[in-house]
Design a protein around this ligand. Sequence first.
Ligand code: FE2
Length: 212
Amino acid sequence: MPSYLQTAKTDQIDRRLQTPQIVEVAAQLTRHILGAVPDRLTHSQAVAARAKFFTLTVAPEDADLLVAAAWLHDIGYAPELRDTGFHPLDGARHLHNIGWPPAICNLVAHHSGARYVAQALNLDRELYAYPFSASAVSDALTLADQTTGLHGEPVTVDERMRDMLKRHGPHSANARAHPQRERYIRAAASRVANRLDSCGVDRAHQYIISTG
Ligand SMILES: [Fe+2]
């Protein structure tokens, strides 16, 4: 049984997760929630596409979990979901409130090293209502996000981090969290690269996840 099923709360959720439709349900929900924020929707769709490629690096039974979480990871940017203003937390809370299983909520809460930014924002206690698990799935989700630009274009980890620092500014929580967060993202990228190696994916096809 996939690990995320063991923590599912209700029969209803169990039934949903046992069907391949979880990815389609996640895609539909994201399209609905981010309909008013088209750039975020384009980005999310592209992150889901890259996550699909990275399913090579996770256990087969976790593939749908990864792609569903990739679709949903940025829904916290929707204006109507805004509560704390920290999108990983607002997104995870919304998913929890409408009955999505903990495995999805936790991945959304912690995508791309959100825990380091939460600390800089003094929101770490709130964020840890959703525990972080270091896993091949959390690595793949983070790298899918960090190799996809804001308009869905492919970018390297270096380009993505440079753009993020420019957008948020030198005094932002993102900038304060950057030293630790960057270490985590680069380490996740190199773990995913090693897993792709083990699957026989040529390094020539991995330029996008190069970490410089
Ligand atoms: Fe994202």
